[in-house]
Design a protein around this ligand. Structure first.
Ligand code: UD1
Length: 416
């Protein structure tokens, strides 16, 4: 089994480019199901989750060509609109094909995803949305079975904010009859990027990026070309990598505005950060302090950067309180950080991190999920000695060549 070995102690320096966003690419590739023909996507990251999406879409009748981060998808009607358990279990985002399949073919059979390392992560809101648009839903042998002659637009008020639920609703509504209004919609940049591609295909959408999105259903969509937005979570992870090593780096080809919550918190700690239209520069400094964060939907502090920020806080002067406001059970990295010598007390959804600059020492650690893996790699960058991070396949789900990018900034890191 592959692992990553990180030798602590190098200060990162230089410029590194951001890849296309995983969380934008997944729904956008799946949205291709809404229109037969040739779709072209640029800046698609090479990741395991993209492979899983390709497998799912292949099962649903699509063909692919991938060249230099441009992915061409040829969409044709599937033999049957079924997303099987084996594929959905590997990648929860597969639930996103429920809306497009139902809107397009009037029926869908999508496996329930089952358990997940970062909490129960139910899909009830996805299902309720389709019911709201007129679908008849049954659960049969672990599958959501949905039917509707044609979906009919309606008001969808999300009782809880959900990124995937908003995306599924958005896709389904593009081909529904009449108007759909999504209230308490997620405002994440990935939702906005999806709406952009849907509009390129001819969808009539207004309000994406705000909490109310209005969709005027159309009869048909046509394929187009789209460049995937920069991955804000990858950019944030790289910025934290620079900070934790006391280095000075520039993260290029990103959208700084999408990382405002992180930048604000890092400035609060005392880091010197400047931005221009598409890059973020962090200057090397010696003394900085801890700060508290609480994860929240966009534009709040992203839950997908909580673990990496916690690694940073282990090196702060002072104590920080980290509150996970989105997912239950998203502190599994804490025990591994403690094995590296961090002083952290987790309490339900709050963790108290007592910073000890230079206080980590290398150990063999185990990645438990995607962002936890990144957190352990970051901690390895400052731990004394060589830290081995096992179960690295989690990292490959969502980071394109992370070890190459960190090595290009001077990190001692290799894959074994
Ligand atoms: C997406 C991101 C993930 C990120 C998360 C929150 C993708 C592929 N994944 O996940 O990286 O961490 O947003 O920013 O884009 N919930 C329900 N019922 C539902 C759906 C969600 O109770 O039907 C709950 C979840 O358990 C969670 C909260 O709502 O507590 C938010 O989840 P959601 O925004 O839907 O996350 P995902 O779309 O799965």
């Amino acid at each position: 089994m592959e692992s990553i070995v990180v030798k602590g102690g190098s200060q990162l320096q230089g410029t590194v480019a951001t890849s296309g966003s995983k969380n934008a690419a997944l729904p956008i590739l799946i949205s291709a199901l809404l229109a037969d023909g040739r779709h072209e996507f640029k800046r698609v990251p090479v990741l395991r989750d993209i492979d899983s999406t390709e497998q799912l879409l292949t099962e649903l009748g699509c063909r692919f060509e991938f060249e230099d981060s441009t992915l061409t998808v040829h969409v044709a009607p599937p033999k049957s609109p079924v997303a099987p358990y084996d594929l959905v279990r590997k990648m929860r985002a597969s639930i996103l094909c429920l809306g497009p399949l139902l809107a397009r073919y009037g029926e869908a059979r999508v496996s329930l995803p089952g358990g997940c390392a970062i909490g129960s992560r139910p899909v009830d809101l996805h299902v309720q949305t389709m019911q709201r648009l007129g679908a008849e839903i049954n659960i049969d042998e672990g599958y959501v079975v949905a039917r509707a002659k044609r979906l009919v637009g309606d008001r969808i008020l999300f009782e809880r904010l959900t990124v995937g639920g908003t995306e599924n609703a958005l896709m389904a509504a593009t081909l529904a009859k009449g108007t759909t209004v999504i209230e308490n919609a997620a405002k994440e940049p990935e939702v906005v990027d999806l709406a952009r591609y849907l509009k390129t295909m001819g969808a009539r959408i207004e309000g994406e990026g705000s909490s109310v999105i209005t969709i005027e259903g159309v009869d048909e969509l046509t394929p187009g070309t789209h460049t995937i937005v920069a991955d804000r979570i990858e950019a944030g992870t790289l910025l934290i990598a620079g900070a934790i090593t006391g280095g000075g780096i520039t993260v290029a080809d990103c959208v700084p505005e999408h990382l405002q919550a992180l930048i604000d918190k890092m400035r609060e700690c005392g880091f010197s950060i400047t931005t221009d239209a598409s890059s973020i520069t962090l200057d090397a400094i010696e003394l900085w302090t801890g700060t508290d964060i609480s994860t929240a939907p966009y534009p709040g502090f992203p839950t997908d950067l909580q673990a990496q920020f916690m690694a940073l806080m282990t090196q702060a002067h002072g104590t920080s309180v980290i509150t996970e406001g989105i997912f239950e059970n998203r502190f599994m990295h804490v025990q591994e950080l403690v094995r590296l010598g961090a002083d952290i007390t987790p309490m339900s959804q709050v963790a108290i991190v007592r910073g000890k600059p230079g206080g980590l020492s290398a150990a063999e650690v185990m990645a438990t999920d995607l962002r936890a893996s990144a957190c352990l790699v970051l901690a390895g960058l400052v731990a004394e000695g060589a830290t081995r991070v096992n179960r690295i396949y989690h990292l490959d789900r969502g980071y394109e060549k992370l070890e190459h990018k960190l090595a290009s900034l001077g990190a001692g890191i290799s894959r074994m």
